[in-house]
Design a protein around this ligand. Structure first.
Ligand code: HEM
Length: 387
C-alpha cells in the first residue's frame, strides 16, 4: 500500500471474494487497509471513525456525485437543507403512527397468503409488503401493486447487471409510472402525497415536475428495495437465532413495537444490506494517513463501519442498547436517513406479524441462503419454512 498519492489499487471491489460474501470481504478490508483505493479514482472508507467523520463533513465530502437531479440526496449546504425540510414533513411521527395500523393489516394479509410447511423466499414476501406499505403511505392506487413489484424486480436485476443502458431503460419506465400519477394528481387533486408534493414551495415557487419525480423516484426506487432486502436479512437472522426469535415472538405477542424496532436496527447493523453511499472530495484531504485528492470519488461503506470492533466490540454480539448510539444503518450527518422512523415501523410491524402468525421460522433443510452481489447487499435467497 502506498502512502500519499496512490497509483496502484489497494483492493478490487469486484473481486471474487467480494462477490462471495461482501460482509466477510469488507471486514477483512477494514482490518488490512481501511482507506482503500481501487486504482481508478475511487476511495472506500471502511472504519467507523472515518465514515462518521466524512458523513459529517459535507463541505469536504460533497454529495453532488452526479450531474443528474437527485432531491435531496445529491445536494449540499443550503440547497440541501431547503429540500430536506420538505421531504422530512412526509416522514414525521404523525405520518408514521397514522400508517402503522394499515401496515399491520397489510403484513397480516401478505403473511396469510404465504405457504406453510413449504419453502418460500423471505425476500419475495418483503417486496410485496414493501410495495403495499409504500403505496398506502403515498396514497397510490392498489392496482399499481403488480406493476411496482415487477418493476422492483427488474430494477434490482438491472442494478445487479451493471448494464447502464438497461438501468436507464428501467429508470425510464419508472418515470413514466410516476408521471402518470402526477398527471392524475393534477387532474383530480386528492389527499395523497403526490398531490401534496405538487403544492410544496421552495424559494417562493412550486417544485418543478422534475423535482417531484426525483423525490418520488428516490423514495420508491431506493427505499422500497431497502425495506424488502432488510426483511430478508431479519428473517435470515431470526431463523439462525432461535432463542432471539423466541424472545422477540413474546415481545410481538405483547405488542411491544419499541423492542422490535430496536431489534431490527441491531440485526441490520450486524448484517447491513444498505452497503454504501458515495461522496466527492472537494479539496485534498488526509484520512488515516492517505491523501484523497480533490475530485476523487469516496465511498462510505456502512456495512463495514457497522462492524468495526474498535467501536462496537464483537460485531456479531446482539446487544441493541449497547450499540444504538454507534449504529450507522441509517447513516449520520446532514444526509442521515429521514425515513428511519418510517422504515423501522414498517419493518417492526412486518416482523411482529410474522412472529405472531408462526410458532417457528426455520432455514429450509438442505437449501442454502444465497448472498447478493455488489452493488446490492443482503440476501438474494433466504429459503425458510414457517411452522
Ligand atoms: C431499511 C431501510 C432504509 C435504510 C437502511 C436506509 C438508509 C439510508 C442511509 C444510510 C442514508 C444516508 C445516505 C447518505 O449519507 O448519503 C439514507 C438517506 C435517505 N433515505 Fe433512507 N434508508 C431506508 C429507507 C428509507 C425510506 C423508506 C425512505 C423514504 C421513503 C428513505 C428516504 C431517504 C432519503 C430521502 C435519504 C436522503 C436524505 C438526504 O440526502 O438528506 N429511506 N437512507
Amino acid at each position: 500500500m502506498r502512502k500519499g498519492s496512490p497509483v496502484s489499487a489497494d483492493w478490487d471491489p469486484g473481486s471474487p471474494d467480494v462477490h462471495r460474501d461482501q460482509r466477510v470481504a469488507y471486514d477483512r478490508q477494514r482490518t488490512t487497509c481501511p482507506v482503500a483505493h481501487d486504482g481508478s479514482g475511487t476511495w472506500t472508507l471502511f472504519a467507523h471513525g472515518d465514515v462518521v467523520a466524512a458523513a459529517n463533513d459535507a463541505k469536504t465530502f460533497s454529495s453532488r456525485v452526479s450531474s443528474h437531479l437527485n432531491v435531496p440526496n445529491g445536494m449540499d449546504g443550503d440547497e440541501h437543507a431547503a429540500y430536506r425540510g420538505i421531504v422530512e414533513r412526509y416522514m414525521g411521527p404523525d405520518r408514521v403512527e397514522a400508517l402503522a395500523p394499515t401496515c399491520h393489516a397489510i403484513a397480516a394479509d401478505v403473511i396469510a397468503s404465504t405457504p406453510r410447511h413449504e419453502v418460500f423466499r423471505a425476500v419475495t414476501l418483503g417486496a410485496r409488503f414493501a410495495v403495499r406499505a409504500q403505496s398506502a403511505w403515498l396514497g397510490w392506487p392498489a392496482q399499481l401493486e403488480d406493476t411496482l413489484v415487477e418493476w422492483m424486480a427488474d430494477n434490482h436485476a438491472a442494478t445487479r447487471s451493471g448494464d447502464h443502458v438497461l438501468t436507464a431503460q428501467v429508470a425510464q419506465r419508472f418515470d413514466t409510472i410516476i408521471r402518470s400519477l402526477i398527471d392524475r394528481a393534477r387532474r383530480t387533486p386528492g389527499d395523497d402525497v403526490t398531490t401534496q408534493l405538487l403544492a410544496e414551495r421552495v424559494d417562493g415557487r412550486h417544485l418543478t415536475e422534475e423535482e417531484v419525480v426525483s423525490i418520488l423516484r428516490n423514495w420508491t426506487a431506493g427505499d422500497l428495495g431497502s425495506i424488502a432486502v432488510s426483511l430478508g436479512v431479519v428473517v435470515h437472522f431470526l431463523a439462525s437465532h432461535p432463542d432471539l426469535q423466541h424472545q422477540l415472538r413474546t415481545a410481538a405477542v405483547a405488542g411491544d413495537r419499541p423492542v422490535l424496532e430496536a431489534a431490527v436496527e441491531e440485526i441490520l447493523r450486524i448484517d447491513d444490506p444498505f452497503v454504501a453511499n458515495r461522496r466527492l472530495a472537494t479539496v485534498d484531504v488526509e484520512v488515516a494517513g492517505r491523501t484523497i485528492r480533490a475530485g476523487e470519488r469516496v465511498v462510505l461503506n456502512w456495512t463495514a463501519a457497522n462492524r468495526d470492533p474498535a467501536v462496537l466490540g464483537d460485531p456479531d454480539a446482539y446487544d441493541p442498547p449497547a450499540h444504538a448510539a454507534d449504529n450507522l444503518v441509517f447513516g449520520t450527518g446532514p444526509h442521515a436517513c429521514p425515513g428511519r422512523a418510517l422504515s423501522l415501523m414498517e419493518l417492526a410491524v412486518a416482523t411482529s406479524e410474522l412472529l405472531v402468525a408462526t410458532s417457528r421460522i426455520e432455514h429450509a433443510p438442505g437449501q442454502e441462503a444465497v448472498r447478493e452481489t455488489p452493488p446490492v447487499g443482503g440476501w438474494s435467497r433466504v429459503p425458510v419454512l414457517l411452522g
